[in-house]
Design a protein around this ligand. Structure first.
Ligand code: ZN
Length: 569
């Protein structure tokens, strides 16, 4: 059922039409959400009418300044960034990411300034210095709680006036949110699938560093998904950020084309994720669901399952071996793509060792199927819609014993093994994660906005702090033998430090770690991996699932020692 359809005019076309009859010699400057090629074409069209136009990117304008405007040949760049009272202090420093890497071997220096909207850039050339002022158009608006927040926006300077320009990109976002707000929702879950199909003209522009790209389509997916989730959270009357919300499956599908928006309500999709089988240890992309099933069958052991909302099945295995048992799970957040293969590879090794464990490689099959749909259009986008189940929640937070669905697989694994260690494999974005129309920094996820290496989280029950630390020490000591992994950590953490400021996490044997007491888990120890894997393929993907596997094996080995040590009270 279609609940809204709109086709806003393309901003670059509107500008061309508006200045068609302008007197010769007219000048204008505009900032829009468009890729470089489209902005250059619009400038060329206006030039044929005698209008001198400069059209810049409203998204990450300091990065596009260096890509499009800065004269090459400088050896040093000193960037004084704006600070605005309605934004976090390092907001414009984050927005300059990953310039320190892009501009190397030129040196970079970033300093907070006094301006609220303009970067001052000093470039040092062999023959002297140049100073540039780079405007970053933003508007203040109320956030979720009514507090002033600052978001990038379109801008126009022409006819002696300077002010915000409502662009097609912003209009699409607001139209989608207005359509959601205008619909009459009854009770939670409010829908099966809420599909937000948007078409945006901008193409992705790869940046010459790791997995980074300027992607307005990806940013729109992220902002729409979380904005819709926040809307339904408020509608439900729950506190902001409450993880028990179950609105249904929210699916922003963003393709490239003329600006358009179609909001529909659909039945849940029930198909399997398809694809070619790959040898596990050399896999270069996420596997099809059929291969996960086949790998589990080959592993043997006792099969146990849990249902999903869409009618798929979570399938796990109990391998009755010897030694202190562990629970292994992956696929809780299936847009994090390396855990599934890492868990299956580790399970094969542990089975051969005669170990006792459970393996639940795909805890969220509904999210995984959605991820398969979304990567068909945009393989390099992070697609956080697929992080969640078809209920629209994070399965970990379910508490209602009669509606556990996917979460039930963990209760069964605990009952089968009595394991005191749960190894839960995860990932996070391999490139910058933004919400450009809602304050830029992802609300509630600010810690994960930039890659910062292979991160380990160790959660423990009260009184288990010493053994949690000993386990983390042992696992990171083992992982530190992986020199490629250590190199990636050092590189990402250095860049993170430059563009995010204080890291705020503990380093253990070269790995960023967080060890903390968490009463939420029934199992006394939960080791969570966070590999920057969202959107990677090929050799980078193989390295990612290898690190995941190595972590499971190291944790299992360390646990065999620690489970019988006097640290255990
Ligand atoms: Zn995760």
């Amino acid at each position: 059922m279609i609940i809204h359809h709109a086709t806003p005019e393309r901003t670059l076309d509107a500008l061309a039409a508006r200045f068609r009859e302008a007197p010769a010699g007219t000048r204008l400057e505009a900032w829009t959400f468009d890729d470089r090629a489209a902005r250059r074409r619009a400038e060329g069209l206006l030039a044929t009418r005698g209008v001198t136009a400069r059209i810049r990117s409203a998204y990450k304008p300091i990065v596009t300044f260096f890509l499009e405007d800065a004269r090459p040949g400088f050896t040093a760049a000193r960037i004084t960034y704006p600070v605005h009272p309605a934004a976090i202090a390092n907001r414009f420093l984050l927005e300059s990411y990953p310039l320190a890497a892009l501009l190397a071997p030129a040196t970079t220096e970033f300093l907070p300034g006094v301006s609220t909207d303009t970067y001052e850039v000093t470039l040092t050339y062999p023959e002297g210095t140049e100073v540039h002022h780079v405007f970053a158009p933003n508007r203040t608006h109320p956030d979720l709680e009514g507090a002033a927040t600052l978001s990038p926006c379109g801008w126009l300077i022409a006819d002696g006036q300077s002010g915000p320009l409502l662009t097609d990109y912003e209009a699409l976002f607001h139209a989608a949110m207005d359509a959601i707000a205008a619909h009459r929702w009854t009770q939670e879950p409010y829908f099966e699938e809420l599909n937000l199909a948007l078409s945006i003209p901008a193409d992705d522009e790869p940046l010459n560093h790791d997995d980074e790209a300027l992607s307005l389509r990806e940013a729109m997916h992220e902002d729409l998904y979380f904005s819709a989730l926040e809307y339904f959270g408020q509608l439900s009357g729950r506190p902001i950020g409450d993880r028990h919300l179950q609105p249904g499956q929210i699916v922003p599908e963003i393709t490239q084309g003329p600006p358009s928006l179609t909001v529909t309500l659909r039945r849940l999709a029930t198909g399997d994720r398809m694809g070619a089988h790959q040898p596990l240890d050399a896999a270069t992309a996420p596997p099809p669901t059929a291969q996960i099933r086949d790998e589990l069958a080959a592993l043997g052991g006792t099969r146990f399952t849990a249902p999903t909302r869409a009618g798929r099945e979570v399938e796990a295995r109990h391998i009755a071996g010897t030694g202190a048992p562990v629970m292994i799970s992956s696929g809780q957040h299936p847009n994090e793509t390396s855990p599934i293969i890492g868990a299956l590879r580790a399970a094969q090794v542990l089975k051969d060792q005669g170990a006792a464990f459970t393996i639940s490689p795909l805890e969220n099959p509904d999210g995984y199927a959605l991820h398969g749909r979304l990567v068909a259009d945009n393989p390099r986008h992070m697609h956080h819609a697929a992080r969640y189940t078809a209920f629209g929640d994070d399965l970990e937070y379910r508490q209602n014993p009669v509606a556990l669905y996917e979460h039930g697989i963990r209760a069964q694994a605990e009952a089968l093994t009595g394991a005191q260690l749960h190894i839960n494999l995860h990932g996070y974005p391999a490139h910058e994660w933004t919400r450009p129309l809602s304050g830029y920094v992802p609300r509630g996820f600010a810690m994960w906005t930039l890659p910062k290496g292979f991160f380990l989280v160790m959660r423990h029950r009260e009184g288990w702090g010493d053994i949690a630390r000993a386990l983390t020490e042992a696992v990171t000591a083992d992982l530190s033998r992986n020199t490629a992994l250590m190199d990636m950590n050092a590189r990402q953490i250095a860049l993170y430090g430059i563009h995010a400021g204080e890291t705020g996490f503990e380093m253990i044997n070269g790995f960023p770690c967080y060890i903390g007491h968490d009463p939420r888990h029934r199992v006394p120890l939960t080791l969570i991996t966070e590999y920057p894997d969202e959107t990677i393929y090929g050799d980078a993907y193989t390295a990612a699932h290898t690190a995941q596997m190595q972590t499971v094996l190291a944790a299992h080995a360390a646990w065999q020692q620690l489970a019988s040590s006097d640290l255990l009270v």
